[in-house]
Design a protein around this ligand. Structure first.
Ligand SMILES: [Mn+2]
Length: 372
């Protein structure tokens, strides 16, 4: 390899400086395992291997997890996660709720999040963390990222929520890297592994409603990957979540085969410049929605705030519609290059939403503030 090429390769696979993590205690990985019961050892094994690879400086070039282990892992995932019962999850939340935007293979950020959450969890068992989808594509270590987040969810099933993004889709994975990464790593067997993973994607819910309580008061926060559900032929009438849930046809492997509401939840974008909606051939049937359409939806569904991902922002977030919609982006790397400042969001009842950089320093200080 020429020096020039080597430099390009390094840049492409550079996941940032990991030296600061070397001080972390390996013992906590064992603790996480000891605290979980009735779960297959394969979930622990893979979680532990990935965490150790992260601690060793995010070195994933030597694949330490075999094809057979990954197959066993996703077969277990598909056994544990029942066929989708709820397409929209509604939960009562009595403590802080954290939201993570698109991670797109950013295992370095996901590792920081797992580390932070686990330390915080020691002080407060009621916190929740919600990933708003797009775990794969766009970066080389997307299988590793998806697997770490999925294992984390299975180890803390009542605290960690995963919802589906538009990249949890067979057609998208064919074009944006995930399937190519699987084929590069496991040759033709990569296809077999993909079939197991896509089965899992079809079981993911499309939205989460956090019902945050404080005494008699209640705030409802909706997390969704793209946007609010909209029927483009009837956009003036807001969709009512309880009414549309049974109509959501999302247990399929590509959004092309879904109903209009599911497509809108996975794909649509907010737009401050329009009053109604924008759709058409140039948007591939995907929508943009203006403030009035958004407002009538949240009023009709008694929702106070919407948190979504789907769009990339240089500084990791953007606030729309008078602070009623937060858009998050939680990966530093995109198409293999370091480009963004990843952020997450913390919500507490009655407090201003807090944007937190996903960096070692800021998560350490967040931890200090939260545990004092
Ligand atoms: Mn997306």
């Amino acid at each position: 390899m020429s020096e020039q090429n080597e430099k390009i390769m390094l840049e492409f696979f550079d996941l940032g400086d990991a030296t600061q993590f070397k001080q972390l205690d390996l013992g906590k990985i064992n603790e996480i395992e000891e605290n979980s019961h009735s779960i297959s050892p394969i979930i622990f094994d893979i979680f532990e291997k990935l965490m150790k690879q992260c601690l060793k400086g995010f070195n994933f070039t030597n694949n330490e997890i075999s094809f057979t282990e990954y197959m066993e892992f996703y077969q277990e995932v598909n056994r544990l996660i029942p066929r989708l019962k709820k397409k929209i999850i509604t939960e009562d939340c009595n403590s802080s709720v954290y939201y993570i935007g698109d991670t797109h293979g950013a295992i370095q950020e996901s590792f920081k999040i797992v580390d932070f959450f686990y330390k915080l969890f020691q002080f407060n068992k009621e916190i929740k963390i919600i990933f708003v989808g797009d775990y794969v594509d766009r970066n080389p270590y997307d299988l590793e990222n998806l697997t770490l987040i999925t294992a984390f969810h299975l180890l803390f099933p009542s605290n960690v929520v995963l919802i589906r993004g538009n990249h949890e889709d067979r057609l998208i994975n064919t074009h944006y890297g995930f399937i190519d990464n699987l084929l590069r790593t496991f040759m033709e067997k990569g296809e077999e592994l993909y079939e197991e993973v896509i089965k899992f994607f079809t079981h993911l819910p499309l939205a989460h409603i956090a019902q945050m309580h404080s005494g008699e008061k209640l705030a409802r926060v909706m997390a969704v990957h793209g946007g609010i559900p909209i029927d483009p032929l009837n956009f003036l009438e807001p969709a009512i979540l309880e009414e549309i849930e049974s109509k959501l046809k999302c247990e399929v492997d590509k959004s092309d085969d879904m109903d209009v509401y599911s497509v809108s939840m996975l794909w649509s974008d907010p737009d401050e410049m329009i009053q109604g909606i924008l759709t058409g051939a140039h948007l591939h049937g995907r929508m943009r929605f203006g403030f009035p359409v958004f407002q009538s939806f949240i009023d009709a569904n008694k929702i106070n705030l919407v948190v979504r991902g789907h769009q990339k922002w240089n500084n990791g977030y953007h606030i729309f519609f008078d602070g009623k919609l937060y858009s998050l982006f939680s990966t530093q790397t995109y198409d293999g290059k370091i480009k963004f400042e990843p952020k997450m969001l913390r919500l507490d009842f009655g407090q201003t939403p807090k944007i937190i950089p996903i960096s070692f320093e800021s998560l350490e200080s967040e931890l200090k503030n939260s545990t004092n």
